[in-house]
Design a protein around this ligand. Sequence first.
Ligand code: AMP
Ligand code: MG
Length: 284
Amino acid sequence: MAKPVRSARETFRVPRGEVDLAAIDPAGRPVGPKNKAAAAAAMAELNERIDSRQQALYASAVAGHGPRAVLLVLQGMDTSGKGGVIEHVGGLIDPLGLHIASFKRPTPEELAHDFLWRIRKQVPGPGVVGLFDRSHYEDVLVVRVDGLVPEAEWRSRYERINAFEAELDEQGVVVVKCMLHISPQAQAERLLARLEDPTKHWKYNPGDLDVRAKWTDYQAAYADALRHCDTDAAPWYVVPADRKWYRNWVVATLLAETLEAIDPRFPPADFDVEAEKARVRAAV
Ligand code: AMP
Ligand code: MG
């Protein structure tokens, strides 16, 4: 009997309770392709699965069958590959059905508002797949590690994030959250690669080393964010990210499985197809 294959959603869902990121191997490959060539073949298949479902999602939303959308949140340390996922997984989606937002250090205007203000403005519309490069989770990560607001304030945000994501779920926005889990060794290699290559110097920020120096604090902040904000309405997944091809395959598979669970259907024509064919042939 063939061994039942565990879905990516089961395999990579953050474990319940206390989250020990150190126990999750950033170079692990528990399911799926074993090498880069196999991953490339798998990505071609995922392209089909994702593209057809996204089109159906859009078509059914336009036809008024529920304003459903998908929001893929990407978080991870510098060089963990948020940009790479946007390029390689975003690239599997029709650009018209894609909404990408990246969240940098807040502007003075953004800081004058509640932390969710700038996030709400970027929630994908009906039928669209949204990709967030960083997110409202920065407000319990960098903000916590660097003490940018009092502890009582950032601690209150876990509950507010859960309420916000539950609200999205009620609106039909399916939230999928991926932590790109990289080892400090892999990060060092990627930072050095950036320094070796003049065409990558623009990506290098000397301040990234200050963040790297706080690795343990960041892992603790991530563990708490994952523990407090993993809900069935908006699950967290930990994606092994030391191998780029495996990371891309995992995120693409999580997206495909999510779209398949939504199971959007192309709406039937609200006109007489045969009559329209006759009209096309008769015209001109
Ligand atoms: P990058 O993604 O490399 O372009 O860097 C964006 C920077 O913006 C990172 O250093 C983030 O930590 C920072 N950032 C994003 N959101 C926030 C936030 N809410 N508060 C403070 N810093 C943030
Ligand atoms: Mg950066």
